[in-house]
Design a binder for this molecule. Structure first.
Ligand code: MIG
Length: 689
């Protein structure tokens, strides 16, 4: 059951797609005092949710803030990352869900100030609160109800389930060709190479540097012949430059965010001084979204939207003020205090809350102008919405790959997200694992982290272990920052192991695509905490470094350096699959309980559930070349098993046809069959007892 409670006059975020009448009784579970909602937490009861955030799957014991932030330090000390996903499940005797549809700064004190109290504090009292209760009390049922109310998750083209290589620092066409060659010559599969900001002319959106990419359409088409898609970045800020059409049109039509006095707000990002499209306004969205056509017309089929918190290096007015204040230090003896004050001044430049309070949006539809900080968390959402809405018009029969850095609930309908600027740390591999189910709860299914780590130098073993997890995440992209160690898979001595790991992704494609599509079309989670699938198992509830993936699998990634195995908890009997690459699937039945499972450096371990099947394809150079007409299935032996396979053309927007579903079965004696509309042969791998 979903109940809505309205406070004040909320800004219409359009996160929720269904209409619910607001109730005029008081909000159950919570008491409201001192400007906060509070509720008592049962001792040790878990709290799940918040999507893209630091720390564990169980969010209890920290204070989190929904305030979309360009935060390159994903450390436990942080309270906000790039997204604002205000959905929680409060566990206990009868778990319930709560979604706060509030686009401003929102604090969740989850047993931080008082270990048994959850306190939620908005900055003002204009918000909708939704309570979600399920008669069966199951977390997965609560998530399902929530997901239905926020609408279907974004569906990317099938090729976007391939492996992608990215790096901030590919400077020109030559670099891109070299990366493609590196992969092709080494026989490592690849579906995409990403273009970071250097493809543009002086960081201007919807331009291409003549000098460095003299013939982008030619390059795009050459790459496509090799099965590789080029995916350019688009930044939120529009460079202020006379004669630059995006800037000129935006100024002329009042399409940019404004200062209180009605002049266009000036903030600086990569191109230096920039204006910010007022994407909260539908007319501006339409205008900005259609700009992507410039690149679509060159053959581009995917984009990533960056810097859309929006990140600010500084605002023009603040920079001026800081320069003035710095003057005062001239000729002074900088003792400890003054030195700190001096350094502190420069540190106030970026992403300053005061700047976010100093500019305005005109949301249109007769609504009053609204100060940015009140709706801050909607910016990346609406930038991405602008693009996807334009794609639906420009390319009605074709899915375009799109993912964003910043997001709010509701954006999951328009694109995916990547998990931002992590660091090449083992702890960030662990964070990547833990973030997956939390994001799925909030509708973000197409997601993944920068594999190998973005900031700092990676190590070969970290990249390998990270890829061993990344082969399961819908977005599988290796990305790194300028100035860090190069981390393309072919650069390392153990290239063979990296290659074989990436090939496994292509073997798993029929399964991953099926599970993604089922989760999107049925509003369910692809990645789940063990606690959601085994709600009565108190030990499963404790496990945060294993995940259920789709109908058949449980993952148990190795995420510690030099570890040659790990402890695993099996809530029921399962089949251990150990693989070092295609054609190597060693299976062993294991009993429920605690185990230590070995996993050599180049081995992935994962588990198949009882009565379930895992369909596998032969490895291929890319998604398009993956032959799914011959599948091998691993079955948990002893019983009749069946699996629902989903396959469509992978590109059109007609996902709904019942013909896309097929049933694979394996009977007691190990004979596999497939029922569906396609000619497909399946054969089962015999499992020895
Ligand atoms: O301030 O475009 O998160 O993926 O490589 C850095 C350069 C701006 C941040 C993105 C990152 C990207 C980088 N961008």
């Amino acid at each position: 059951m979903i109940r809505k409670f309205t406070f004040g006059n909320p800004f219409p975020t359009e996160a929720v797609v269904e209409t619910y009448p607001a109730e005029n009784v008081t909000l159950p579970y919570f008491s409201i005092e001192n400007g906060s909602f509070s509720c008592t937490l049962e001792p040790n009861a878990p709290v799940y949710g918040l999507g893209e955030q630091v720390r564990g799957i169980n969010k209890r014991g920290w204070i989190y803030v929904s305030n979309c932030t360009d935060e390159p330090h994903h450390e436990e000390t942080r309270r906000s990352l790039y997204g604002a996903h205000n959905f929680l499940i409060v566990g206990g005797e009868t778990p319930f869900g709560i979604f706060l549809d509030y686009p401003g700064h929102l604090t969740f004190d989850i047993g931080y100030t008082d270990s048994n109290v959850l306190t939620i504090t908005p900055e003002d009292w204009n918000l909708d609160v939704y309570l979600i209760e399920s008669p069966d009390g199951l977390c997965s049922s609560i998530v399902h109800l929530f997901r239905r109310m926020i609408g279907r998750s974004y569906i990317p083209p099938r090729w976007a389930f391939g492996y992608g290589q990215s790096r901030w620092g590919y400077m020109d066409e030559k670099d891109i060709r070299q990366v493609a060659r590196g992969y092709l010559e080494n026989g490592i599969p690849l579906d995409a190479i990403y273009l970071d900001i250097d493809y543009m002319e002086r960081y201007k959106d919807f331009t291409v540097s003549d000098e460095r990419f003299p013939d982008l359409p030619g390059l795009v088409s050459d790459m496509k012949k090799e099965g590789i898609h080029l995916v350019p970045i688009i930044d939120a800020g529009v460079k202020i430059e006379k004669g630059y059409s995006v800037y000129e049109e935006g100024v002329k039509n009042n399409y940019f965010c404004k200062e209180a006095d009605g002049t266009d707000f000036v903030g600086a990002v990569w191109p230096g001084r920039a204006h910010f499209p007022d994407v909260l306004n539908p007319e501006v969205r339409r205008w900005f979204g259609r700009k992507y056509k410039y690149l679509l017309d060159m053959g581009i089929e995917g984009f990533w939207n960056d810097m859309n918190e929006p990140a600010l290096f500084y605002s023009e007015k603040r920079l001026k003020k800081v320069f003035e204040e710095l003057e005062k230090f001239k000729g002074q003896n900088l003792d400890l205090e003054k030195n700190n004050a001096f350094l502190g001044l420069v540190n106030t430049l970026a992403n300053n809350p005061e700047d976010y309070r100093s500019f305005y949006h005109e949301p249109g539809n007769g609504r009053e102008k609204v100060r940015h900080d009140k709706v801050h968390n909607l910016y990346g959402y609406n930038m991405t919405r602008a693009a996807e809405e334009a794609f639906e018009e420009l390319e009605p029969d074709k899915r375009i790959l799109l993912f964003s850095r910043s997001s709010y609930v509701g954006m999951h309908r328009y694109g995916g997200i990547w998990q931002g600027d992590n660091t090449s740390w083992w702890s960030h591999l662990e964070l990547n694992i833990k973030m997956m189910p939390s994001l799925n709860m909030c509708g973000f299914l197409y997601t993944g982290a920068d594999l190998g780590g973005f900031n700092a130098d990676t190590t070969e073993d970290l990249l390998l272990r990270w890829l061993q997890f990344g082969i399961f995440t819908p977005l599988m992209r290796n990305h790194s920052a300028m100035g860090t160690r190069e981390q393309e898979a072919y650069r390392f001595s153990n290239r063979e192991a990296l290659k074989r790991t990436i090939q496994l992704r292509y073997c798993l494609l029929p399964y991953l695509y099926s599970e993604y599509m089922k989760a999107a079309l049925k509003d369910t989670m692809m990645f789940r905490p063990l606690a959601f699938d085994y709600p009565k198992d108190a030990e499963a509830a404790q496990v945060e470094d294993q995940l259920m993936l789709g109908d058949s699998l449980m993952l148990a990634p190795v995420y510690r350096q030099n570890a040659l195995g790990r402890y695993v908890y099996l809530p029921e009997d399962m089949l251990l699959i150990t693989s070092s690459g295609p054609e190597d699937f060693r299976c062993r039945k294991m009993k429920a309980g605690h185990h230590y499972v070995k996993a050599a450096a180049e081995e992935v371990i994962f588990f198949l559930r009882k009565g379930q099947l895992l369909p596998l394809a032969a490895p291929a150079a890319n998604v398009a070349e993956t032959d799914t007409s011959h599948l091998t299935v691993i079955a948990y032996p002893g019983e009749d098993c069946s699996y629902t396979l989903y396959e469509d053309d992978g590109i059109s927007r007609n996902y709904g046809s019942p013909d896309n579903y097929e049933t694979i079965t394996v009977n007691r004696v190990g004979i596999a069959s497939c029922y569906g509309h396609r000619n497909r042969t399946v054969c089962a791998i015999k499992i020895k007892d």
